[in-house]
Design a protein around this ligand. Structure first.
Ligand code: ADP
Length: 431
């Protein structure tokens, strides 16, 4: 279902004209109201009138997470602090949290893009939405909550954790849609299986998963384990929260629509910062075209993906590929760049292994070493001693990624699970 068909199917030339008009207003406003941006423009020898179309964005410097930290907490606001009706912060996965503020119009915008996202994921007015994202400073809980209400869904604000209660409410209330992190959906699917719960007692049909990178392997696991169609929702607090982009339930696997009437995306080269053409992988950068309280120009997300227009899709907006990882989560092991999702993809090709794994990085002398801890799948428990499975994965990793890693097999339940939030897949013990 399309929540806002006029915007979601707007022909590209009109969408571009809308973006350009919004960008011109934004640049004027930011220059006038945020001293930090004014200095940036002045230092680059640019006047607001130099930025007329999204093509001109490349002339502007990037805004980074460090810039937000330097202006902690309210230095980048474009409105007086007293006009904020809400404050959120990033979940602090990679250091000190960054703070963001919302005016009433920003909350409306946030709800609109989440409502569009939930509709694309299969949601409809009247459906029960079981919201297992954490409520609090993290944008996930309240973001999905307001968006669900905007779409006309009945929102159950369960928040994360307490798996017993989650399962009870899922069954008793008959939620058709659940949203949470993919790793927590994995936990729920596993518990359903462990307790021998009959999924026929549930009404679940859709899962909306995001806040951390995930792969097709995880999708298959969750779809089968919870009997749902699972789609990807992406976002970050600096830009608004979840709902910056969303996958359509009928177009799974082909990327997530970026609501580009509000968030203009670019993918740029990680080293040179030069914008890259459609289909090329690089760092995702966003300009918030409409946000009032804390608009950002060319925000460097550190997330790695590519962009492309899907001419066969239901909507005209550009799609982003799944995030392979964060640039700052990327391990460099003996000169080779590595994301944990690459290892996950190889694990998934081996039926004797489960989707529960962790990478442990240590240093011996000057050499970095990676141990892949992976669980044997339930069906193959008796094979725990079978070294040939470990050797098989080890060889695949060496052939495909080019690094030798130690692989150790573990019993079901030995690798940490998500208890509601984001799961740490990498244990870095290199001091
Ligand atoms: P933090 O940076 O502290 O985790 P946020 O809670 O704002 O703060 O998280 C935003 C980040 O979470 C994104 O920049 C991205 O790295 C990750 N993320 C969010 N949604 C997804 C998704 N669907 N796929 C991959 N990564 C995601």
């Amino acid at each position: 279902m399309l929540f806002n068909p006029t915007i979601e199917t707007m022909p590209l030339p009109r969408l571009r004209a809308l973006q350009n008009e919004r960008l011109r207003n934004l640049v004027q406003r930011v220059y006038r109201q945020v001293p930090w941006y004014r200095h940036k423009f002045d230092a680059a020898g640019l006047a607001p009138t130099d930025i007329r179309t999204v093509e001109d964005l490349r002339r502007l410097p990037f805004t980074t997470k460090n810039d937000l930290r330097d202006n902690y907490p309210f230095g980048l606001l474009a409105t007086p602090r007293t006009e904020l009706v809400r404050i959120h912060a990033s979940s602090g996965t990679t250091g000190k949290p960054t703070v963001v503020g919302y005016t009433p119009a920003d909350i409306d915008l946030f709800s609109e893009v989440v409502a569009r996202s939930l509709a694309a994921a299969g949601g409809k007015p009247g459906m029960i939405l079981h919201n297992a994202y954490g409520y609090g400073l993290f944008t996930g809980g309240l973001g999905l909550h307001y968006g669900g209400e905007k779409l006309g869904m009945t929102v159950v604000p369960v928040s994360g954790g307490m798996t017993d209660r989650q399962l009870l409410l899922l069954r008793d209330f008959g939620a058709e849609m659940i949203c949470c992190t993919p790793s927590y959906a994995q936990t729920l699917a596993e518990e359903v299986n462990k307790r021998g719960i009959d999924l026929a007692e549930f009404s679940l049909r859709y899962a909306v998963l995001g806040a951390e990178p995930w792969t097709e392997t995880m999708r298959a696991y969750v779809e089968q384990g919870l009997s749902v169609s699972a789609t990807n929702i992406y976002g970050l607090s600096e830009i608004i929260g979840p709902g910056v982009s969303q996958e359509d339930v009928d177009e799974r696997g082909s990327g997530s629509y970026v609501w580009e009437d509000h968030f203009f995306p670019e993918v740029v080269d990680k080293n040179t910062g030069e914008p890259l053409p459609e289909g090329r992988e690089g760092v995702l950068v966003f300009t918030t075209l409409t946000k009032e309280a804390m608009p950002l120009l060319r925000y460097w997300t550190n997330d790695i993906c590519s962009l492309h227009y899907d001419r066969g899709g239901k909507r005209t907006h550009i799609k982003m590929s799944a995030i392979t990882g964060r640039a700052d989560d990327m391990l460099i092991i003996r000169g080779v760049n590595l994301f944990h999702t690459q290892v996950e993809a190889l694990i998934s090709d081996i039926p004797e292994l489960s989707a529960h794994y962790q990478l442990v990085v240590t240093r011996s002398g000057t050499l970095d070493e990676v141990e892949v801890r992976v669980e044997i799948s339930e069906l193959h428990q008796q094979m725990l001693e079978q070294q040939h499975i470990a050797t098989h994965l080890q060889r695949k990793i060496k052939d495909n990624i080019g690094i030798s890693m130690r692989v150790t097999l573990h019993a079901v339940g030995d690798i940490p699970r998500s208890e509601g939030g984001k799961l740490k897949r990498i244990l870095d013990l290199r001091g």
